[in-house]
Design a protein. Structure first.
Length: 414
């Protein structure tokens, strides 16, 4: 019955840490870059060009990296998508728990030892190309930095051509006396002015992206760096991403292109510092075979003397810090080592051992090792010595260290 009760106490002790430990143990490890691509069907990603996955709506997957990571967009085309991102730094729960454990360890030692853009309207005149074909070609070719640079060069050429034509027409107007021709020339000048304004807006857009950071800048498959995110052992980075999918409608009647946002996809992820050993602080039920003395008084031959009670085994809780390793190539069991502090008020102790964390079918950790405790024992009095009251015994009790003993612990995560 006692063993059954002990087992119930052990397995029903909740862990203080939450799933942040499991998240970090099972996090996707990143060395250098996470590459994204968005479409109406969703958002996909690749890690270090190794494997792919889907960044599903409403989920926040965890990635881990030993240093800074580039978040990029594959073959970025500013005419087809815009990307915005946010970054928030919050305390890493596992790192914070280590601080709490160290505070408890100090207290123990004292107790035992004294972007988006608006509508884009362009009018193309003075070119040898069909306007619709020209813009459709630009939209398809502006992939990556090389593609954007090529389109930017063609825009610059068109700006130069249009400006020269405008100057020629301006000089013509200054010497023309025919009213009909003057009206036509003035109309053409206004069209050139509108075109130059629109082309200048387009050039600024392309220049903005050319000035951004790119990966593989000399390759045809250039990736825009959305954000570089550093990792910090004390803080995790919560990243928000928004992908706006774009399309363009060409109106042949007035040679205009209208930009439309077809869909906006919001996604999120968490980036944490990679650790070979992941810390988890919690509370475990602890059992050991040590016996601890208790003393009271009894009357013998009319005299009050010291009496030794039946020794008790120690069954209590302990604050533990486990360091689990994701080194078995499985997401079912994680081995590690354990350091713990007994929370027994009368028998404070410290322990060290090994631990195993199971993720299936339920989250539970078991541990075993060696522990040393401190207990109160008689200092000058002995069993049978005469005393006047229980207070004489209490005042004579002093802290003593027990021999090292084996312990067994369980912590269960609900």
């Amino acid at each position: 019955m006692r063993r059954a009760l002990l087992l119930l106490v052990l397995i029903s002790t909740p862990v203080l840490a939450d799933d942040s430990t499991a998240d970090l143990l099972s996090a996707t490890q990143v060395k250098d870059v996470i590459q994204f691509e968005a479409s109406k069907s969703g958002v996909t990603y690749r890690v270090d060009d190794r494997f792919g996955g889907t960044l599903a709506e409403g989920t926040t997957p965890t990635f881990s990296a030993p240093h800074g990571v580039d978040l990029t967009y594959r073959d970025f085309n500013p005419f087809k998508v815009t990307v915005t991102s946010t970054e928030a730094s919050v305390a890493d729960p596992n790192s914070k728990a280590i601080g709490d454990f160290l505070d408890a360890l100090l207290a123990f030692s004292k107790s035992v030892v004294p972007g988006g853009r608006a509508q884009l309207a362009l009018r193309i005149d003075g070119t040898d190309q069909d306007p619709e074909q020209a813009f459709n070609r630009w939209i398809q070719e502006a992939n990556g930095r090389p593609g954007i640079a090529k389109v930017r060069s063609e825009v610059a050429s068109l700006i130069s051509t249009t400006a020269n034509e405008r100057d020629t027409k301006t000089a013509y107007v200054a010497h023309e006396t025919d009213a009909t021709l003057l009206v036509k020339a003035a109309q053409e000048l206004n069209e050139s002015k509108d075109l130059l304004k629109a082309l200048d807006e387009l050039a600024k857009l392309l220049d903005y992206y050319l000035a951004r950071s790119w990966r593989n800048g000399s390759s045809a498959n250039s990736d825009l760096v959305i954000r570089n995110v550093g990792t910090d052992p004390a803080n995790q980075k919560n990243i928000g991403l928004s992908f706006a999918l774009k399309s363009y409608t060409f109106a042949a009647a007035n040679n205009t292109i209208t930009e439309t946002t077809d869909a906006t996809l919001a996604r999120s992820l968490t980036l944490r510092r990679y650790r070979r050993f992941v810390p988890e602080v919690g509370v475990a039920g602890i059992y050991n075979e040590l016996k601890y003395p208790k003393y009271s008084t009894e009357t013998k031959d009319g005299v009050l003397v010291v009496k030794k009670e039946t020794s008790e085994s120690n069954v209590d809780a302990a604050m533990t810090m486990n360091m689990f390793c994701n080194c078995l190539g499985t997401d079912v069991i994680f081995p590690g080592f354990q350091l713990g502090i007994s929370k027994a008020e009368n028998y404070p102790g410290i322990m060290a051992g090994v631990a195993f964390r199971f993720s299936q079918p339920k989250q539970v950790s078991i541990s075993f090792g060696r522990m040393v405790t401190w207990f109160k024992d008689l200092s000058t009095l002995k069993v049978g010595d005469k005393v006047t009251a229980q207070s004489d015994i209490d005042n004579d009790l002093k802290r003593k260290r027990s021999p090292a003993a084996w312990y067994f612990g369980v912590q269960y995560s609900f």
